[in-house]
Design a protein around this ligand. Structure first.
Ligand code: HEC
Length: 140
């Protein structure tokens, strides 16, 4: 339990930092989401005890961070140390669709009441990561 709270607090800190540039900003946002997902997955799998409040806090954090992402891929930001694929800007319509689905899938109406409900939600959110990375992220 202590670990997840620490992880959540840490990613809250990361999310709050004012970033120097948009590339770093989107990478930090991605990292923060990945980190929170990891903590929540451990809870869904039963590696750590289910805690409704921590689960809700984590999911809300993912929702809020995901909502910032659409603005973090402006034209001309395919520069420097980036894993963003040129397809983001060449195939913007499709990227926007994939992004909009992700933002929508991260929205939560009610906190999950057990680890199985949490796992279901993480499954829905997690399918988006792969789908987008496949087409729009180049692994260096
Ligand atoms: C709509 C597209 C999209 C979705 C959805 C998405 N990603 Fe990403 N992700 C990217 C792109 C593009 C990059 C490369 C960013 C860059 O370097 O400019 C990236 C980079 C990352 C990185 C590396 C960040 C770094 O430090 O450089 C991680 C980790 C990551 N994503 C995790 C996730 C996880 C976990 C999810 C799902 C919960 C997710 N992403 C969903 C597009 C997406």
């Amino acid at each position: 339990m202590k670990n997840i709270v620490n992880a959540l607090m840490l990613s809250a800190l990361i999310t709050g930092v004012a970033y120097a540039d948009v590339v770093t900003e989107r990478q930090m946002a991605m990292k923060s989401i990945a980190q929170t997902m990891k903590g929540l997955s451990a809870m869904a799998k039963g590696d750590i005890g289910f805690d409704e409040k921590a689960a809700k806090t984590g999911l809300l954090q993912i929702e809020a961070t995901a909502a910032m992402l659409p603005d973090l891929f402006p034209k001309g930001s395919n520069i420097g140390e980036t894993e963003s694929a040129p397809a983001i800007w060449e195939d913007r319509k499709n990227f926007d669709i994939v992004m909009a689905k992700f933002v929508s899938d991260t929205k939560i109406e009610a906190a999950p009441s057990d680890s199985s409900e949490l796992g279901d939600k993480l499954g829905i959110i997690g399918a988006n990561c792969k789908a987008c990375h496949q087409d729009f992220r180049v692994k260096k």
